[in-house]
Design a protein around this ligand. Structure first.
Ligand SMILES: NC(=O)c1ccc[n+]([C@@H]2O[C@H](COP(=O)([O-])OP(=O)(O)OC[C@H]3O[C@@H](n4cnc5c(N)ncnc54)[C@H](OP(=O)(O)O)[C@@H]3O)[C@@H](O)[C@H]2O)c1
Length: 277
């Protein structure tokens, strides 16, 4: 499994698993648990969740699904912006830990920017880090100006990742956000890497998929993973899709294939505000 190095030097798998919507429908639970556990066996051991997902149901689901596997997993959760005051993050984190049945998060992210001053959130995250309840912290849905503001604050440069919407159909961050992050050693965690399954099949992506004998979703995932600083967290509730995503982790697209994809999904020619799902 290819890895991405966090600013502190720790390596995490470049291919992880998302969890949005998991654990919400009882009839899907067995398959979802089997999928998550197989992912850990295969090595997609970075797992992303949030207190927002199912209002705690997804974290609870993961607490159950990861029974006996916790020590093999790099566990990421996110705090709601309205809980992101210095004291608010303590309480929110405690709740997440309880639901996830663990004593620490590996990475805790501010889900998106809200009204709480960033300095408050940093102070809350640093308190949690000092108490051993989180190992690293980071942000999500931060555009370049947000990152600049964060890094101008004391301790702001301890941010370990920025999790943003990035895939073949959402290349806006390539214009200035990703270069800024690379220059400041902040890895990208790409969410919705296959555009929630909606990446259209046709043109160059279909031709490459056919030639390689893979699906166009696998090509889309391999495209995100072409960046050495990118962690991708596709979500699936199906064992068969998990295996395909895992295989895409070792699919290396050639320069020629990348150029073909550029002609179908053009890189940005100007700044676009960061998009969110
Ligand atoms: N920070 C944020 O604001 C934010 C926002 C959105 C998402 N996220 C995180 O990022 C994760 C991933 O994003 P996402 O869930 O929005 O979208 P995604 O990973 O791009 O796509 C998920 C969808 O694609 C399908 N799928 C997965 N693998 C497939 C495959 N190999 N072939 C065909 N279909 C496949 C899944 O359905 P099946 O179950 O049928 O496979 C699911 O419906 C989330 O789960 C969440 O953890 C974060």
């Amino acid at each position: 499994m290819r890895t991405v190095t966090l600013p502190g030097g720790e390596r995490v798998p470049a291919l992880g698993m998302g969890s949005w919507s998991m654990g919400e429908i009882p009839a899907h639970r067995r398959d979802e648990i089997a999928t998550v556990r197989l992912g850990v066996e295969l090595g997609t051991t970075l797992i992303d969740t949030a207190e927002m997902y199912g209002e705690g149901l997804t974290e609870q689901f993961l607490g159950e699904a990861l029974s006996g596997l916790r020590e093999r997993v790099f566990l990421v959760s996110k705090v709601y912006p309205h809980n992101a005051s210095r004291r608010g993050v303590q309480h929110a984190c405690e709740q997440s830990l309880r639901r996830l049945r663990t004593d620490r998060l590996d990475l805790y992210l501010l889900h998106w920017r809200g009204r709480e001053p960033l300095a408050e959130t940093i102070a809350g995250f640093e308190d949690l880090r000092a108490a051993g309840k989180i190992r690293y912290w980071g942000v999500s849905n931060f555009d370049t100006d947000d990152m600049e503001e964060l890094f101008a604050l004391p301790g702001g440069d301890r941010c370990a990742v920025n999790q943003v919407l990035y895939n073949l159909t959402r290349r806006g961050p390539e214009f200035d956000l990703l270069p800024w992050m690379r220059a400041h050693d902040v890895p990208l965690m790409a969410y919705s890497p296959i555009e929630q399954g909606r990446v259209a099949n046709g043109g160059a992506i279909a031709a490459i998929a056919a030639q390689r004998g893979v699906s166009h979703w696998q090509v889309a995932l391999a495209w995100v993973l072409r960046r050495p600083d990118a962690i991708a967290i596709p979500q699936t509730s199906k064992i068969a899709h998990l295996r395909l995503n895992y295989e895409a982790g070792s699919l290396v697209l050639s320069d020629e294939e990348l150029a073909q994809l550029d002609s179908q999904f053009a890189p940005p020619a100007r700044k676009r505000a960061l998009e969110m799902i």
